[in-house]
Write a protein of this length. Structure first.
Length: 495
């Protein structure tokens, strides 16, 4: 007799009911199935082959890519410390949120949740190394920090029509509910977040170029295990919506917790994130959000010394990919409960520092409350003798510029104006060795940012991508674009 379909039904019954033994299962569900076979299935469900290393070619149930931009708060004792005072900017792998008060990370996206956690570790390490003053504070991932709602947004590379996306959001609402009711998300902190801020509404999502981001989740940076568990459960729920929808109907908390464990067990043989989480549960149990200083959990325990990279020469990208060191540290932490060591990270991007005689625009541009400016300037440089100020024009239909009389930038500005027909141009004479561009909101949204950067680095402005700038670029640009003035002679021609 073929029992393949019967086995699937049996295992899903374990998940949606939180069953742990044959005695709990109603007789009519297992009627006619040999007991020896049921015991074999249950044994396989509760056990898995040893997991000794990260799978080289991970099996992943999700075809879509995951991303995230989690936030957290600096505290100086019991007092919240605004991130903008540390010099961190927006639009980079680690920096400040647009409100200037919270830290925001931008880990590299991946289908493999373990890689996202490892990217977060790399970015936390680099923040502590490049900005050692941040180690003077307590790092806390609290959904409500007394002033702000602190989020753990999850991104999905799923381009859906409105109807299908609404189905996604309904399942994500179920995920939020399950993680809240089981205490994975701290209920007290989450309730305060909803009560005192505009955040935490379970319908909150935002469209993105890659798909959309779900913004209802609170921050989940307490530990690598909490991050991995949240991302793994989320992607499994999105992969098998019907199964998770039935699981979410459970009302008794301890049964719901067991159903979550069973969900991971059900997928451990076809999804390596689930396989890793299966062993994580055995070592740690289901993670619970505590809201304490999380640096120890991530091994961010560096001595408070100055960075070896000079402040005016440092460069780091929009996102930092993890190295094998970070990946293995996260794997060992989750699977074997090995605490993460405060190792100095290895740079895996180029260039690590800004080329000689050039400066990174992010070192002086202001990104606080300047939507899109950080994303535009994140990898742009100019000559040390010349500054480019990127600012926001309050008029959404106007581009304002201040350019030096000796430099020809009109073609570049005309190219920017062509991107969005109808934008007015207000030109003013600026100071020597400085260009100020006040960009309207339309040129700073996600759709136009790549186009704006293409114009800025096209050779029409003295701006270069950090990966392309070479010695002599600025001098060549000046030769091509300098407006030479001639003295006008007044008098009679002598024959």
């Amino acid at each position: 007799m073929e029992f393949t379909e019967v086995k699937t039904t049996f295992l899903k019954t374990l998940v949606i009911n939180g069953f742990t033994s044959l005695a709990e299962i109603p007789p009519e569900i297992i009627y006619g199935i040999p007991k020896s076979l049921l015991e074999k299935w249950l044994f396989q469900f509760k056990n898995a082959p040893p997991l000794t290393a990260i799978p080289q070619s991970p099996r992943l149930s999700n075809r879509f890519t995951l991303g995230a931009d989690p936030e957290f708060t600096f505290f100086n004792g019991a007092v919240k410390y605004p991130v903008m005072r540390t010099g961190l900017q927006t639009g980079l792998a680690f920096g400040m949120d647009m409100n200037g008060r919270l830290v925001e990370l931008r880990p590299a996206p991946s289908r493999f949740a373990l890689n996202i956690v490892a990217s977060i570790l790399a970015e936390l390490r680099w923040m502590a190394i490049i900005y050692p003053e941040t180690c003077n504070f307590s790092w806390q991932a609290i959904p409500f920090d007394g002033e702000d709602g602190v989020g753990g947004h999850v991104h999905f590379a799923r381009k859906r029509d409105n109807e299908d996306r609404q189905l996604d959001i309904e399942i994500l609402k179920n995920v939020y509910s399950v993680l809240y009711r089981t205490g994975v998300f701290n209920q007290v902190f989450c309730d305060r977040r909803i009560k005192h801020t505009k955040y935490g509404n379970n319908n909150d999502f935002r469209l993105q170029k890659h798909g959309y981001e779900y913004r209802a989740f609170p921050t989940w940076l307490d530990s690598p295990w909490l991050v991995h568990f949240v991302l793994t459960v989320t992607k499994l729920a999105m992969f098998d919506m019907n199964l998770f929808r039935n699981l979410a109907n459970l009302r008794v908390v301890h049964i719901l917790e067991q159903a979550l464990i069973n969900l991971v067990s059900y997928y451990k043989n076809i999804d390596d994130d689930a396989w890793i989480a299966f062993y994580g549960i055995k070592k740690w149990g289901i993670p619970k959000q505590e809201g304490q200083d999380f640096r120890t959990n991530w091994g961010i325990l560096y001595p408070k010394t100055e960075s070896k990279i000079k402040a005016d020469k440092r460069y780091y990208p929009l996102m930092i990919e993890p190295t094998d060191n970070e990946r293995n540290s996260i794997f060992q932490y989750i699977v074997n409960q090995v605490m993460i060591k405060p190792e100095r990270p290895m740079c895996n991007w180029q260039p690590e520092s800004i080329p000689k005689n050039y400066c990174w625009i992010m070192n002086y541009v202001q990104t606080y409350h300047k939507v899109g400016i950080g994303e535009i300037a994140c990898d742009l440089v100019t000559h040390k003798s010349f500054s480019i100020d990127l600012l926001c024009d309050e008029d959404k239909n106007r581009l304002t510029s201040y350019t030096p009389q000796s430099m020809n930038c009109h073609q570049g500005i005309a190219a920017l104006l062509k991107l969005v027909p109808g934008i007015r141009w207000q030109n003013n004479q600026g100071q020597e060795n400085n260009i100020q561009l006040y960009l309207p909101a339309q040129l700073r949204n996600n759709e136009f940012i790549p186009l704006v950067k293409r114009v800025l680095t096209s050779g029409l402005f003295p701006i270069w991508n950090v990966h392309e700038v070479k010695e002599g670029c600025f001098e060549e640009w000046v030769k091509r674009n300098e407006i030479k003035t001639t003295n006008r002679l007044v008098g009679k021609e002598i024959v």
